[in-house]
Design a protein around this ligand. Structure first.
Ligand code: ADP
Ligand code: MG
Length: 389
């Protein structure tokens, strides 16, 4: 789960990581008052969306006039921001963060993430901050320093110094950086974050370090342990269909193709998508309806798949293990009728009572095709999607 910059900065403060003085608002008329309360001589208005790259597309605006924070906020609120990190539809701006500005001497990059290969937390640091780190890694890999943390010994002082040297920091800044790095490790471990990114981490004209931007991603599987983090959830920033799927215990991810897939089991879902691609088609989604599926779940799954208007045909691939195939077939029939599915649906069932299931699915008068093996089912659905497109 992602959270907003202003929420991430609240957490940073709890963990001793310095951030600019600022306050979020969803009402543009409050902006000037916030600016005055913050004090200083200039402010930034920052669109709060779950994506970076805002600066380049007008989602971060600077002003020396506190009254102007109102018009800048007004221009952002209620719009959708499209950045390099969003899709073409962008994300809705429902809040802006008003912040004091700080004179920037240098912009650095610092992040902490989980490296699956070494099974360690790893710091990534670069003196080339404020830029897209993937570009830096690609074009000037020598500008990137990484440090892996041993889970037994934890983050060591010498590792912080190594990063500080690589960032060109001096004197008191070493201690300041160590405090920030310790804070990041504490936050990651205690709140089950999977990634914390500060880009840019700035050196101010007074030589102080400060996190000017903040991005945190949390491990969804650990969220149940952290009601405080769950409270940060903002469904407006997430895919509508994925939100609905979550409510029904369906594992759904929107993709770009035109063949809807309904499968039980994540492994079988992956294999099904592979086969669709192999036969020249493109899946519109990943959808695992789970092991003990029922009519209600199958109905909701159909509704989800059909709410994507790119979908031209559906492939149902279900293994009847815990639930018998005839029960699944009844569920599919009920769902097709209830949801008024008119596009072609290819069904491949396998497992217990498969024959009874197939009988139920044949001669229904519906736009339904019962396939006997998966390769054939994939071929058929690709052809049908091509016809109805
Ligand atoms: P994004 O990564 O989405 O573009 P950032 O928060 O990194 O957004 O802001 C983009 C740039 O705007 C920063 O690199 C920095 O130069 C400037 N900026 C952002 N917040 C402040 C601030 N409080 N004071 C001064 N400059 C800022
Ligand atoms: Mg940034």
């Amino acid at each position: 789960m992602n959270i907003h910059e202003y929420q991430a900065k609240q957490l940073f403060l709890e963990y001793g990581i310095p951030v600019p003085d600022g306050k979020p608002t969803s009402a543009s008329e409050n902006a000037a008052e916030i600016a005055k309360l913050l004090g200083g001589e200039s402010w930034v208005v920052k669109a709060q969306v779950h994506a970076g790259g805002r600066g380049k597309v007008g989602g971060v605006k600077l002003t020396k006039n506190s009254a102007e924070t109102v018009s800048l906020s007004k221009a952002m609120l209620g719009t959708r921001l499209v950045t390099q990190q969003t899709d073409a539809a962008g994300l809705p701006v429902n809040q802006v963060l008003i912040e004091k500005t700080y004179p920037i001497e240098r912009e650095l990059y610092l992040s902490l993430l989980v490296d699956r290969t070494s099974e360690r937390m790893v710091f990534i640091a670069s003196a080339a901050g404020g830029m897209d780190i993937e570009t830096v890694a690609h074009e000037t890999p020598e500008q990137i320093q990484s440090v892996k943390i041993n889970p037994i010994t934890g983050l060591q002082g010498y590792q912080c110094r190594l990063v500080a040297y690589s960032l060109g920091l001096k004197g008191q800044q070493h201690k300041a950086l160590e405090k920030i790095m310790q804070g990041m490790v504490g936050l990651m471990l205690e709140k089950d974050a999977s990634q914390i990114e500060i880009n840019p981490l700035i050196v101010t004209d007074k030589g102080e370090l400060m996190a000017l931007d903040a991005k945190i991603n949390f491990d969804d599987n650990a969220l149940a342990l952290h009601p405080d983090i769950m409270a940060f959830k903002d469904p407006s920033q997430e895919d509508d269909r994925e939100n609905i799927a979550q409510q029904f215990g369906l594992n759904y991810i929107t993709l770009e193709g035109n063949i809807g897939c309904m499968v039980n089991g994540a492994g079988l879902a992956m294999a099904t998508m592979d086969l669709v691609k192999l036969k020249g088609g493109k899946p519109a989604n990943f959808l695992d309806v789970g092991g003990g599926t029922n009519v209600e779940k199958v109905c909701e799954a159909f509704k989800l798949i059909l709410s994507d208007h790119n979908v031209k045909a559906v492939l149902v691939n279900i293994f009847g293990g815990i639930v018998k195939c005839d029960v699944i077939a009844q569920g599919i029939l009920a769902a097709i009728q209830e949801v008024h599915v008119t596009i072609p649906v290819v069904v491949r069932l396998e497992g217990t009572n498969v024959e009874e299931g197939r009988v139920l699915l044949s001669n229904t008068g519906l736009n339904l095709y019962a396939a006997d093996d998966l390769a054939h089912a994939a071929e058929q659905v690709v052809a049908l999607a091509g016809e109805s497109a």
